[in-house]
Design a protein around this ligand. Structure first.
Ligand SMILES: Cc1cc2nc3c(=O)[nH]c(=O)nc-3n(C[C@H](O)[C@H](O)[C@H](O)COP(=O)(O)O)c2cc1C
Length: 174
């Protein structure tokens, strides 16, 4: 799939997945796309746990009980080292976001669906509970979780504002 087609076809999927597997070969391709994202000062503070063990997937789904997690054949956890790298500045959030967007596009290009789970991890110690299951070392933060599979009921990207309401040449607001 061409890059611009993947950008157009990417959408947040929250429904159930079919039983179709996500082979490790594809998971490696997806995460390699995340690894190749830019990072602040090339410090590469984002790391990834690829979950495909059915027992572990079920344990995560117990914590995050929703169709997209209950039926995911794999999940990718994006973990960040939040320590400042340059003059007190941490780029951990930006690094994770860059990696995750690359992975969303790779997931789409390979014919799978996913959703960027982030806000939901910040409630009820959910990130900490999943971190424990995944052996995330103290000091590192689980920031984003991507359940991956083949969508049972494919959807569409949410509507975006038109170009001329969000972008202008040379002067903000046109
Ligand atoms: C920083 C960030 C946090 C998000 N957190 C969640 C989340 O916790 N749960 C969820 O279902 N979707 C989450 N999303 C997905 C957004 O809701 C989704 O991208 C948005 O509604 C637009 O829909 P689209 O992805 O189909 O274009 C998050 C997206 C971003 C970029």
């Amino acid at each position: 799939m061409d890059l611009f087609e993947a950008i157009e076809k990417r959408y947040s999927y929250r429904g159930a997945f079919t039983g179709a597997p996500v082979p490790r070969e594809d998971l490696v391709k997806i995460v390699q796309a995340g690894i190749q994202a830019p990072s602040g000062n090339n410090e590469q503070v984002a790391s990834f746990v690829i979950v495909d063990d059915p027992k572990l997937l079920a344990q995560i789904a117990e914590i995050l009980d929703r169709p997209v997690c209950n039926t995911a054949r794999a999940m990718i956890a994006c973990v960040a080292d939040p320590r400042p790298i340059l003059r007190e500045t941490s780029f951990a959030a930006e690094d994770c976001a860059a990696s995750v967007e690359n992975m969303l596009l790779a997931i789409t290009a390979l014919g799978y669906a996913t959703v960027w789970l982030d806000g939901v991890l910040r409630r009820d110690n959910i990130a900490q509970r999943i971190s424990q299951l995944l052996g995330v070392p103290p000091g590192l933060k689980l920031r984003i979780l991507l359940p991956v599979g083949v969508a049972a009921e494919p959807g569409k990207q949410k509507e975006k504002l038109p170009f001329d309401q969000r972008a202008w040449f040379n002067k903000h607001g046109g």
